[in-house]
Each structure stands twice: as C-alpha cells, then as structure tokens.
Design a protein around this ligand. Structure first.
Ligand code: BGC
Length: 765
C-alpha cells in the first residue's frame, strides 16, 4: 500500500467515524442526546407552557419578556415547548421573529445541552395570530368548495407565513367530525362526512408538511391533528361535556379523517379534551395507546390539550391528586403536557412518580425520544430560527387571491326562487343592506382571528371588508343604504344579537327599497364561550327577518355563521338564501361577486342544514326502505327533514347528467357519467357518488359519500366524470369492531346532492 492509499483510507475512516459520531438520522440523533440527559431535563422536554405569564405589557401595545421568570422555566426546569401569543393578540412577523429568537437563544445558549424549543400556535385558517398575514376562510368553508386544491394551498401559505414568523409547529388541521350542528367548534372542521374530511384533511397536512413531509424545509411546518378522537359530538352539544360513542361508530365515522392524515405523515396529534363513555380521553389507554400507537402505528408526538391532565383531577374526579392525574395521562400515552401554567408542580410530580416507580424511566424516554426526534426533524438544532426577511411573500397579493378564490368557491346558493339572483348591477336598483352582519368584520371571520374569540379584527379594518362595503362597491354607493336593524355588542364574546339598532328604520327602508340584502348569522366565538342553548337564530334576528320579509320586497338572505342556526320560522318567505359560512377577510368580496353574478356559485353544503331542533340527523343516518316500509315507526327517513340536505348547492346555470355506467376493471369499480351545462352561463358542478348497502349484518347507513369530483363547463359543454373505487370502499365496522366487506346488493348513486340523485347503478358483490 502506498502513501496515497494510506491517506485515502485514513480520510475514509475519519469520515466514517464522523458519521457515527454525528448521525444525520433524527431518530439516532435523538437517541444519542437522550443518553446524555438527566431525568429532570427529560421531564422538562415533556412540559409545554403558555407564553402569557412571561410577557409584561408596556401599556402602549408593546411588551417585554420577564427574563428572570423565563430563565427559571427554560434553564432551571428545562421546559422544552411554548405556545400561544404574547398579549393574547396577533403579532406582526417583525415582532414574532425576534421574540421567538430570544426564547431560542436562552434555550440553546443558556441550557446545559442547548436543546432548542418547539413553539406551537393555532394558525387554524391561515395566520390566526400573525398580523398582516393571509387569513383564509374557516375549514368549514373550505369543505364547502369540495376542492382539495384549496386545502392544499391554505396549508402551503399558512406554513410559509408561519415560518416567516419563526413558528415551526401548527395546532391544525382540525379533523373532528362536524356531525352535531350545536357544537361550538363545528366551523373549525370539515363538516359531517368522514370521506370529505379525509380528502381535505390529507391535503391540509401535505400543504403544510410538504409532499415528502420534509418539515425541516424552511417553508414547511409540523402539523398537529386534533382532537383525537371523537371530540365533536357530546350528548349536550356543548364543548367538553360527555359523549357516548360506540367503538364501531368511533371507528366508522370519527377515525377516517385522522387515519388519512396520519397516513399522510402528520407529525403530531392533540388529544380530545372531552369524555367518551365516562372516560376522559386523556386517560384512555385504549384510544391513545391501543388505537393510536399499536393499531395505527403512530410514532409521532402526542400532546395534551389545554390543562387537560389537571382536569382529570379537578374536573373529572378521576384522580384524587394532580400527581395521580399526571400518572394517568402518562400511562394512557401522552408525550407532552400542555400544562400550561403550573410547570413546577408538573415537573415535581412526574419526577416523584419516576422515583417512586409509578412511572418507569423507560416510559419517559419513549416520549422524550419522540419530542427530540421532532425537533431534529424540524431542523431546529441546525437552524432554531427562520427570519422574517427571508419571506417576502408574507401577506402578499397572490396569497390574498388564494384566500379569495377559496371563499368564492365556498359560497353556497341554497335557494333562488324566481331566479332572483344574480342581481342586475346595471339596473340601478335601490338595495337595503341590513342585519347585524352587514357591517361586522368579526362575523365573516369567526373565532381564531387576531384573537382567540375573534374580536380583534375590527381593530384592523384594512384586513377585511364588510359586506356593506363590498356591496356598495359592486352596486354603487348611491344605490346602497345600510341600516343594521339589530347589532351585536362590541368587544364581547357573545354570538347572538342583544340590542335593536335602528330597527324600525330598517323595516321602513325595506319598504322603500327594490331589494333587501339581509345579513344574518352569528358573531365570532370559539370553544366553550360558543356553547349554545338554542340552535334557532336568535330572537332579535328572527324578528328582524320576519318584519323585513313582511315588507313585501324581494329579500336575499346572506348567512355568515359558524354553525347552521335554524331559520325555518321565516325561510319560506325568503326567495334567495346564500350561505357564506365563515368566509374570512375576502368573504365580503366573494359574496358581493356572487350576488352581482361575477361569480357563478358552486359551493355545496358540507353538512345537513337542519330545520328543527329535534331533528338533527346527519345525512348518513340509518337505512330504511321508504318504498316497502310504510309503517312510519320504522321510517327513519322521516326524521331527516332538514332545511337543506347535505351536498346541496345551486348554480346560476343548470346541469344535466346522462349515460351513467359502471364497469369492472380488475379489482376496480369504474363509474362514469356525462355532465352537461344546459344553461347559459359557465359553471362548476360538484358531482357526488354515494353508495347504499341494501342489507348488512349491522343496520346500514342510508347512503354514504364515496367519491366526488368537480367539472367546469361552458354553456352547452359536456364532460365525462369518472370515479374509481374498490370493493374495500364498501367496508364498514361491524359489531365486533372489525372492518368488513360483506357480499350482497348495493346501489351506487350519482347526485348533485345527497337527495338530488340523477342516476342509480346496481352492483352485486
Ligand atoms: C383548544 C385547542 C388548542 C389549544 C391551544 C385549546 O383550548 O381546545 O384546539 O390547540 O387550546 O391553544
């Protein structure tokens, strides 16, 4: 061997040694770091605190960090994660960047091992807490587009703008099934159908984490799926109250969206704050370990929801002490506790539990390994900070347009008697714009907007137009008169109106007007403060609607609301109804463009809009054959008598369906249908494919959405829409909680909604 070879070999072995010493695999790096950590340092990594107590307001809108308090938490206790926003209010990127930068500096420079923090925020419809960022429609509106591309784009833009704010972890998407219209968080999710939620949820994960889930990419963030599992259907309809959900129903309806998002590689999961079958989910080993880890194979981070370990003691009386509550949560399978304040107690309790042998150090290691691995995957060790200056597209025009596009495609035309819409903008007709939402920005954006309850947007009028402003632009200011009639109370977390606001004047103006645009719904709210005692639209708005309808002029009802408040007391007298959901800051323009005919509406309801408080069935309720079963006792269908069915949405043009056919291609079932635009405007139609299982060992659902797809058609144009599925799509969870495909007779239905079925195709398995 000559000298050259010897040197080459030496270099190679040096390289190999370096590789072994500093592996690039996040799992290996986590393992090496873990081996150097004390028990206290490990416990610190499992602790997550809210930032508020560490922030001192200067009284002029600014703030400083209480560094002594912070050092105690980050350095003495080694706390590894923080959440929330300084002063509980949206901050610009220029504040977020250096603010988190300073926290990271303390964590990386002043602690023994220099482990960076992981900062998490709820950016649930774009930049909730990032001032000047792009805010999107809420997820329920995205669902109404039935267009996965909007979920993808919202994910991408949200992630980009979060990194612009130096925030690497998003507590989103929300995959809770919107099967109960009373639930105050219905708007945060994708509606009542498991399949629609799965398709859009997957895109929202991939948009944020990237196709390859390379979350160390400077424009990607880690997602957190919430709230695992079965959060959204408490028996009372109120947030964080007990639910009863049979296991097979949990699997059949609530799990699919989470499963799809986990399959898409989501990095973390947040636990359901509620109680199922008398067991708080934070104490459910069956859900958090049996299902999530063992069955679904998830190895990412599981974080509790806000103060939820303590709730096992204080709320649920499951644990006699806070310490026992910590033990229960750890035993169930949580990795990180959103404590979020008393970290000294949490750290002491957990240390004692380990010292007493009630929790093994190996169990602590499991969680810390996952948390460190996520920090390595996010690239936080190499680059704890991302800098606002590197993100020139923050809040840019192109991002705003993406938000507008989603809002415009979400707007759902629920009723249009006599083709009242679109309103002819050239006619110079006098329009009265009234209702509490006419001049409210909050009502369009909902909770999680600038502040938790969504009341901050009014302080930033440039971020969001009101409906009255947008309508005045479209139809000419001199043609538009604005009188609220009734109003919300400013600055309060109250979603219903409580005072008249020129009520009689509004009614008198309605008589003078050619057409009335009545803007009703809800003021913003979030979580528990949004709990509801009466699903009907509030009495003052109902009275206003009745009086306006009685004025005898054509009325266009524009709804902006987080959940479908009942309108059946007056809806028969309103010829046109437009649902805008919570369309976000671009929503007023989107609605005005639909009313003016600039946009042909194509949104479809992602939930059932109920008519009565005692008939809240979802579209996929249990099967009954109306034809043969005349005994009303068994006609479950009779309880499904909504104002508007799931999947419903009209257009300014009309679509005809023809030539439906089903073929088999190997294991695939291929279903095709021709859709023609038979009207005189270009339009987009969302075509829905349902299946019915005629007989099954467990009562089958009356129908289930299996696929959907949209076509854009010019007048006179026809296109073929094709769906592919396999027999596995017809499976269900049986009595023994296993997923089975049962042979038998099925029907496939192709529809423009869950009730407007245009073609039926029999299928035998
Ligand atoms: C909510 C979560 C949220 C967390 C942190 C909780 O009250 O239930 O959805 O992620 O707060 O803000």
């Amino acid at each position: 061997m000559n000298m050259k070879h010897t040197i080459a070999l030496l270099l190679l072995s040096l390289e190999l040694t370096a590789c072994v010493l500093t592996p690039t695999d996040p799992g290996l790096r986590a393992e090496q770091l873990l081996a150097r950590m004390t028990l206290e340092e490990k416990i610190g990594q499992m602790a997550q605190l809210t930032i508020e107590p560490f922030v001192i307001a200067d009284g002029a809108g600014g703030f400083a960090l209480d560094t002594a308090l912070l050092r105690e938490a980050l350095v003495d206790y080694g706390v590894g994660s923080l959440l929330n926003v300084p002063l509980s209010e949206s901050q610009p990127a220029g504040v977020w960047g250096p603010f988190i930068g300073e926290l990271q500096r303390i964590a990386t420079d002043e602690t023994r091992l220099g482990i960076p923090l992981i900062y998490g925020v709820d950016q649930v419809h774009g930049g909730t807490y990032s001032l000047g960022s792009t805010l999107f429609p809420q997820q329920i509106a995205l669902a109404a587009t039935w267009n996965p591309a909007h979920a993808r784009r919202m994910g991408e833009i949200t992630a980009y703008e979060m990194r612009a704010c130096n925030i690497p972890w998003n507590f989103a998407p929300i995959l809770d099934l919107g099967a109960d219209p009373r639930f105050p968080r219905q708007y945060e999710g994708f509606g009542e159908d498991p399949y629609l939620g799965s398709v859009l949820g997957r895109e929202l994960v991939k948009g944020q984490e990237g196709d390859a889930n390379d979350v160390d990419h400077p424009e990607h963030v880690a997602t957190c799926l919430k709230h695992f599992l079965g959060y959204s259907v408490p028996a009372s309809g109120k947030d964080r109250t007990p639910a009863n959900i049979p296991w097979n129903a949990l699997m059949e309806y609530h799990l699919p969206a989470f499963r799809a998002a986990l399959d898409a590689g989501a990095r973390s999961v947040m636990v359901n704050s509620g109680i199922i079958d008398n067991c708080p989910v934070h104490a459910s080993r069956r859900i958090l370990t049996g299902l999530l880890r063992d069955e679904l194979g998830f190895d990412g981070v599981v974080v509790t929801d806000y103060e939820d370990l303590e709730k096992l003691h204080a709320r649920d009386h499951l644990a006699a002490t806070s310490k026992e509550a910590v033990r229960l949560g750890i035993d169930a399978g949580i990795d990180m506790a959103m404590i979020p304040i008393d970290y000294r107690g949490f750290c002491r309790d957990l240390r004692e539990l380990v010292e007493e042998g009630a929790v093994s150090e190996a169990r602590i290691d499991e969680s810390v390994r996952r948390i460190l691995k996520l920090k390595f995957e996010l690239g936080l060790f190499e680059r704890p900070n991302t800098l606002p200056a590197d993100y020139p597209l923050y809040g840019c025009e192109e991002h705003r347009r993406a938000s507008y596009a989603a809002a415009a495609e979400a707007v759902t035309l629920l009723k249009n008697d006599g083709a009242l819409l679109p309103l002819d903008s050239a006619a110079g007709r006098k329009i009265l714009v009234c209702g509490p939402n006419a001049e409210s920005r909050r009502a369009l954006c909902g909770g999680w907007t600038v502040t938790w309850q969504g009341h901050g947007i009014e302080r930033h009028p440039k971020l969001c137009k009101t409906l009255a402003e947008a309508l005045a632009e479209r139809f000419g200011a001199r043609n538009v008169e604005v009188i609220p009639g009734v109003s919300y109370r400013p600055h309060e977390s109250r979603y219903d109106t409580e005072h008249r606001d020129r009520f009689d004047e509004a009614v008198a103006a309605a008589r003078r007007a050619d057409v009335v645009v009545l803007c009703l719904g809800e003021n913003s709210y979030c979580e528990k403060p949004g709990d509801l005692n009466d699903l009907a639209l509030d009495p003052l708005q109902t009275e206003l609607a009745e009086r306006i309808a009685a004025a005898g002029k054509p009325v266009v009802l524009v709804l902006a609301e987080g959940r479908p408040r009942l309108i059946s007391r007056f809806s028969a007298r309103i010829p046109a109804i437009v649902q805008s959901y919570l369309p976000g800051p671009q929503g007023a323009d989107a609605v005005a463009d639909v009313l003016a005919g600039k946009v042909n509406p194509s949104g479809k309801l992602p939930y059932t809009y109920p008519a009565y408080p005692n008939s809240l069935a979802v579209y996929c309720h249990k099967y009954a054959d109306e034809q043969r079963n005349t005994d009303a006792t068994y006609a479950y269908e009779s309880d499904y008598n909504p104002e508007f069915v799931f999947g419903h949405g009209l257009s300014y043009t009309s679509f005809a369906y023809s030539g439906a056919q089903l073929t088999r291609e190997g294991d695939d079932i291929v279903i095709a249908v021709d859709v023609a635009n038979t009207g005189d405007r270009a339009g987009r139609e969302v075509v829905q494919l349902y299946s019915r299982d005629l007989y099954a060992s467990l009562i089958p659902d009356v129908r289930r959405l299996r696929r959907f797809g949209a076509v854009e058609l010019l007048p006179g144009q026809t296109r073929t829409v094709e769906f592919r599925l396999t027999t596995d799509d017809l499976a269900f969870y049986g009595l023994d909680n296993r997923r089975i495909v049962e042979p038998g007779e099925f029907l496939f239905e192709i529809g423009a909604s869950s009730a407007d079925i245009r073609a039926t195709l029999p299928f035998t398995l």
